[in-house]
Design a protein around this ligand. Structure first.
Ligand code: FEO
Length: 396
């Protein structure tokens, strides 16, 4: 089965159906994923990107539907994380004379990951090479998403090979975004940005500006994971601008855990306050929710509300991954609020507020703790906190 994308350009990657996590257990993936590699059948036989080592046989089989491995002339490595480039040693065993093109950062990451690679050819933004009837141009796209990341562009076909940028963890035998479950695909694109790219948003904005200033006409974006965007490829680029600039909707996410139900009652009271003011929210029980899905929701919400009882002079361990992820991801333009019950020492609010501040989330409403079981007056206070927060959310 040949996966033709246009005349002489083929997908030659591999599909991953059964993995539930990526990067060890850091990232949950619900729709599988794909490792996308592309073959251009021109006077030069060109391979763009590779696959994970465990999937090498699929890569080789797909390439050999077009050309023997030994006849490949050039390999472009847009990004050398092992999910894309760990099949390189096996490829070089079969074709040791392959010319390898990388960015400056790529030279480091390729040679650190694959010590046997002695020679690579460096390319930088604006460089181009002829492969026969077609040309390949390069754009250094650092932090979209690694320092080694570059884009490869084929002007004759208006194809952009963007490595992880604009990708989705989404396995499908269809190669184009318009042929698959659109809702699931867009969710995965957003989840990828939220959980992987958010910390680099300032650099990403600059890179997107630099890229669009080149005015390269793009008709099809071929990322390194998931489906290719051939209908309105500018839509996903526009979303990246929105996500990178911290654009949010006037909504709130409430994350909590509870021991005997008191903190949950407080969470629900805060939610009533938000509702009274017409602010939409979603509520997650920290122990039951999926961390990466919650971070995806947070990408476009305005307020992050965190609550838990004091436990062992601190917070419940179920909240720790969320607060640590918020610190690392550094979402932009968010406000926050803390709440929780306590028995006798009551450090939960202070700890949550410190964590929100460390995550660059402005504590917009003073937190509230109540001892043991919330009474009606405590719940009235929480409802009022919800209303005050709602006003701040709506004020932007
Ligand atoms: Fe950064 Fe899909 O690898």
């Amino acid at each position: 089965m040949k996966h033709q994308l246009c005349n002489d350009i083929y997908w030659v990657g591999a599909l991953e159906w059964s993995e539930e996590h990526f990067h060890g257990h850091e990232l949950s993936i619900r729709h599988g994923t794909s490792y996308n590699a592309y073959f251009i059948d021109d006077e030069k036989k060109v391979l763009i990107d590779l696959v994970r080592a465990s999937q090498s046989e699929d890569l080789f089989r797909h390439i050999e539907e077009h050309c023997p491995i030994e006849k490949l002339d050039m390999l472009i490595i847009n990004h050398a994380e092992p999910d894309h480039a760990s099949s390189l040693p096996k490829l070089l065993e079969r074709n040791p004379n392959l010319e390898i093109y990388v960015s400056r950062g790529g030279k480091i990451s390729v040679q650190r990951h694959t010590p046997g690679v002695k020679e690579v050819k460096l390319v930088k933004t604006g460089d181009s090479i002829s492969i026969g009837k077609r040309t390949l141009r390069f754009f250094e796209a650092q932090m979209l998403h690694w320092p080694d990341t570059m884009f490869t562009y084929c002007p004759e076909e208006k194809f952009l090979f963007s490595t992880d940028a604009f990708g989705q963890h989404f396995a499908s035998t269809e190669r184009f975004a318009d042929l698959v479950d659109n809702k699931g695909l867009w969710y995965e694109a957003e989840k990828y940005y939220a959980n992987i790219l958010t910390p680099y948003s300032p650099q990403i904005l600059r890179k997107l500006d630099e890229f669009t200033a080149l005015k390269w006409e793009v008709q099809t974006i071929c990322p390194a994971h998931g489906a290719c965007w051939r209908k309105e490829p500018e839509a996903i680029i526009g979303k990246y601008f929105d996500w990178a600039s911290g654009k949010s909707s006037p909504t709130a996410i409430i994350i909590f855990d509870t021991i005997w139900g008191g903190t949950e009652k407080m969470a629900r009271a805060i939610a009533r306050g938000l509702e009274e003011k017409g602010v939409s929210y979603k509520m997650y029980s920290a122990g039951a929710a999926d961390l990466n899905d919650v971070m995806t929701e947070i990408l476009t919400c305005k307020a992050v509300v965190v609550g838990c009882p004091t436990l062992n002079n601190g917070i419940m361990p179920t909240l720790t991954p969320y607060l640590e992820e918020l610190r690392g991801l550094r979402f932009r333009n968010k406000i926050g609020m803390a709440f929780g019950t306590y028995g006798w020492s009551g450090e939960c609010i202070k700890r949550i507020e410190e964590s929100l501040t460390n995550a660059m989330i402005e504590v917009a409403v003073e937190g509230y703790k109540c001892q043991f079981n919330p009474h009606d007056s405590d719940l009235a206070k929480c409802e009022e906190m919800g209303r005050v927060l709602a006003d701040k959310i709506k004020a932007g």
